[in-house]
Design a protein around this ligand. Structure first.
Ligand code: T3D
Length: 265
């Protein structure tokens, strides 16, 4: 029997989603797309889920689209716009919009869509042995899954063009030094640290973190005036959350806050 293409583990206050096609370096086939979509929807509907950890089984994080699914039996290629509309674009939008932090634990190579799905997560931790490959140019495609948007914003146009036009692998250490990802960790420490970060988020003011995610995303498109207005509205909403009241009380009472992550009633 075929193994589940995505594994979901429920931990106290967070979920772990593991891309699970290790023999194909966790490349996305149709079943994996469907399973990941379901897993993300379930995490979002779970009012107790306050963080998500996304990782890959085996030696890779994800090698992007399963290229074997993109050739017809008689050797013909397919037109791809619809595939982005159906799968990859909703996936990237969902990862950005989830109302809690999404941590990518990049355990090995992240190539093509796999690299850019990692970049769509809020915090990217990578094993020292991992690499990020904008593999698209090797097969005559352009970086998708937000790659053309994330890369220049995160590392500047010169490095973005270098990676996208040459498809050269970028080692995790350099990805950290360039500001593409948050942290590189020793391979054996990656998962423990990723879990520790998610546990941290399970005790965080989740409403404020969700508003922070949105404000940082919208900042790319806004001028300062518009961003100040957005901060005012977001702060208004944050200040209505029970966690703000708790944070203030805890500060004044000189004790650690007990955040619940709940929205205002
Ligand atoms: O189509 C659409 O919907 C549009 C969206 C496209 C998004 C995309 O992601 S396009 C880009 C797709 N990805 C790639 O082009 C990456 C292809 N893979 C590689 O370049 C290399 O495999 C890696 C750099 C990722 C890793 O290299 P290496 O030497 O460590 O491993 P390998 O030997 O190449 O691969 C191991 C196995 O995984 C191998 O299978 P085998 O020969 O042992 O049976 C290989 O075929 C398989 N594999 C790796 N990547 C894919 C894959 N199988 C299917 N699809 C893959 N993307």
């Amino acid at each position: 029997m075929e193994e589940a293409p995505v594994l979901v583990e429920r931990r106290a206050g967070y979920r772990v989603i593991t891309l699970n096609r290790p023999r194909q370096l966790n490349a996305f086939n149709e079943a994996m797309h469907q399973a990941l979509k379901r897993a993300l929807a379930e995490a979002e509907e779970d009012g107790d889920c306050r963080a998500l950890l996304l990782t890959g089984a085996g030696r890779a994080f994800c090698a992007g689209q399963d290229l074997r699914e993109r050739m017809t039996p008689d050797g013909k290629t397919m037109v791809l716009g619809d595939a982005l509309d159906t799968h990859y674009n909703p996936l990237v939008r969902k990862l950005r919009a989830l109302p809690f932090p999404v941590v990518a634990a990049v355990n090995g190579v992240a190539a093509g869509a796999g690299a850019n799905i990692a970049l769509a997560c809020d915090i990217v931790l990578a094993a020292r042995s991992a690499t990020f490959v904008q593999a698209f140019a090797k097969i005559g495609l352009i970086p998708d899954c937000g790659g053309t948007w994330f890369l220049p914003r995160l590392i500047g146009p010169a490095r973005a063009r270098g990676l996208a036009l040459t498809a050269e692998p970028l080692p995790a250490d350099k990805a950290e030094a360039w500001g593409l990802i948050w942290k590189t960790l020793d391979d054996l420490e990656l998962m423990a640290q990723a879990h520790q970060l998610c546990v941290h988020f399970t005790a965080a003011p989740t409403v404020a973190l969700a508003l922070t995610k949105r404000a940082l995303d919208e900042a790319w498109a806004n001028d300062l005036d518009a961003q100040l207005d957005l901060e005012r509205e977001s702060q208004r909403e944050a200040s209505l959350s029970p966690d703000y009241a708790e944070g203030m009380r805890a500060f004044l009472q000189k004790r650690p806050p007990a955040f619940t992550g709940r929205r205002a009633p």
